[in-house]
Design a protein around this ligand. Structure first.
Ligand code: ADP
Ligand code: MG
Length: 459
């Protein structure tokens, strides 16, 4: 039988085609293929968190099964677990490639309507959230909101890139609020769920279910909607959504929104909904620096009761720079491999765990492609970008190219310096920190960075 990695690789083309770039990055990429439960002919994939597992099952299980069926010689079934269940899927003591049966079989039921089940992940709490320069403002705002529901910062709007802790903070607000008062009705939903339930309620308008949307959403004490960048203008829904927000606001109920960008940059949004978002306290989560990344890895390793030396944590943190979820994925793999080999975590294990991640990062992109896309985007010549001209029209693309090479490829400043004709590493560092500090404040730079990244990844 093929090994899990090959099977997973062969599944990718179907998955990529059938999901949008966003869902693919968020939900599919972080999955780690672990093993094949031999006796049951089941392919096991591990999600980085219990909520990730729930979402993947709800959103992608049929697609994943279909992609698996298309792979010749693959197991006939597939199962999704999360990191907290890893123990159950470790090979048996005799070292055979078989896996121990799970304590409780995972449930693949259809997701329940979101109000009946508690949609908050208890692990996403304030205690487990590592605070650094990149997220301290969002963290404090979230804590203030949890302590003073409806009274300060209402709504709260958190924005930032993928995998940087927005959903974690929202759940943390909900968990803290529920801890203080278990009778509170806290509702966390994705924009998809919110809109789908709304549309269903319109469809059922003539039946007894007709008022359920209004009942449900207007009775909550805390409403949290995630990924509101997907809340595009639909004339039929905008009114009711706006009215729901108004009703909650007037009743002093807390709202929290999260998105990958600021309200003014969300396309196709109803202007009243946009202004409701814009009247929020708006706060961002940014990319964590090395120190914060190490602290996050350290906390996660401790939580998994795995000892990893600081040198090795640093080694990993230096290589996974742009997404905390991906960093968790690498750590999961490290822990898995260490248990599999029944060894302490070593440099070799870290290298092996990082191999796929780095291959995927560098396979997709080369420095040359980044430079070419940047030139194309700004309509400047490659010779100018690589040269010494100091005019603004050239310096900015040059610095953006340097920043992107460092971000996407995790190349060192020294290596980038030599790529650009022997520049000092401090010059590159200056360029990178300049661009990264402009990204939160300057929509033009942010758009350029996002667009060029997208171009590069689709080359
Ligand atoms: P987003 O919603 O911004 O895409 P998530 O909140 O889902 O990101 O975070 C991705 C993963 O990274 C989660 O497992 C989360 O617990 C973890 N994470 C993000 N930020 C932090 C942090 N500051 N401290 C600890 N874990 C974090
Ligand atoms: Mg999220």
């Amino acid at each position: 039988m093929k090994n899990v990695k090959t099977i997973w690789q062969e599944m990718q083309p179907v998955l990529e085609v059938e999901t949008n770039v966003y869902s693919y990055d968020i939900w599919i990429k972080p999955l780690v293929p672990l093993s094949i439960k031999a006796e049951d002919d089941v392919f096991v994939l591990c999600a980085p968190s219990p909520s990730g597992k729930t979402e993947v099952i709800a959103k992608f299980l049929p697609l994943l099964k279909r992609a698996l069926r298309d792979v010749e010689g693959a197991p006939s079934d597939l199962m999704i677990i999360s990191t907290d269940e890893l123990e159950d899927y470790m090979p048996k003591q005799d070292g055979a490639a078989q896996l121990a049966p799970p304590k409780a079989p995972p449930v693949f039921d259809e997701p329940q309507p979101s109000f009946e089940v508690n949609t908050l992940n208890p692990k996403y709490n304030f205690e487990r959230f590592i605070v650094g320069d990149c997220n301290v403002r969002a963290f404090r705002a979230a804590q203030a909101v949890a302590d003073n529901l409806g009274a300060v910062y209402n709504p709260l709007f958190i924005y930032g890139g993928v995998g940087l802790g927005k959903t974690h903070l929202m759940h943390a607000i909900g968990n803290a609020a529920k801890l203080a008062d278990p009778t509170l009705k806290v509702l966390y939903v994705s924009t998809d769920t919110f809109i789908n339930e709304f549309i269903t309620s319109i469809r059922n308008a003539n039946t007894s279910n007709g008022t359920s949307f209004r009942d449900k959403y207007r009775k909550v004490d805390v409403l949290m909607i995630d990924d509101v960048q997907f809340m595009s203008k639909k004339p039929a829904t905008a009114d009711e959504i706006f009215n729901t927000f108004e009703a909650l606001k007037n009743a002093g109920k807390q709202m929290v929104f999260a998105a990958d960008r600021k309200p003014e940059e969300i396309p196709d949004l109803d202007s009243r909904v946009r202004s409701r978002f814009a009247s929020s306290l708006i706060t961002d989560v940014g990319l964590p620096n090395l120190e914060t990344r190490i602290a996050i890895l350290e906390a996660k390793a401790t939580e998994a009761k795995t000892i990893i030396s600081r040198d090795l944590l640093t080694y990993v943190a230096e290589r996974v720079t742009s997404n905390i979820r991906e960093m968790e994925g690498v750590l999961t793999k490290i822990i898995f491999l260490a248990k599999l080999y029944e060894r302490k975590v070593s440099l070799d294990i870290c290298k092996e765990a990082l191999k796929d991640y780095l291959a995927q990062v560098s396979e997709e992109v080369t420095a040359d492609e980044i430079i070419e896309c940047t030139c194309k985007y700004f309509d400047v010549s490659k010779a100018d970008v690589m040269g010494k001209k100091k005019t603004k029209g050239v310096v900015e693309p040059r610095q953006i190219a340097m920043y992107l090479i460092s971000e996407i490829m995790s190349m060192t400043y020294t290596a980038i310096g030599s790529l650009f004709g022997g520049k000092e590493h401090t010059t590159i560092m200056h360029a990178c920190s300049k661009i990264s500090s402009q990204i939160p404040n300057d929509a033009r730079i942010r758009t350029a960075v996002n667009d060029i990244t997208a171009m590069v990844k689709h080359e």
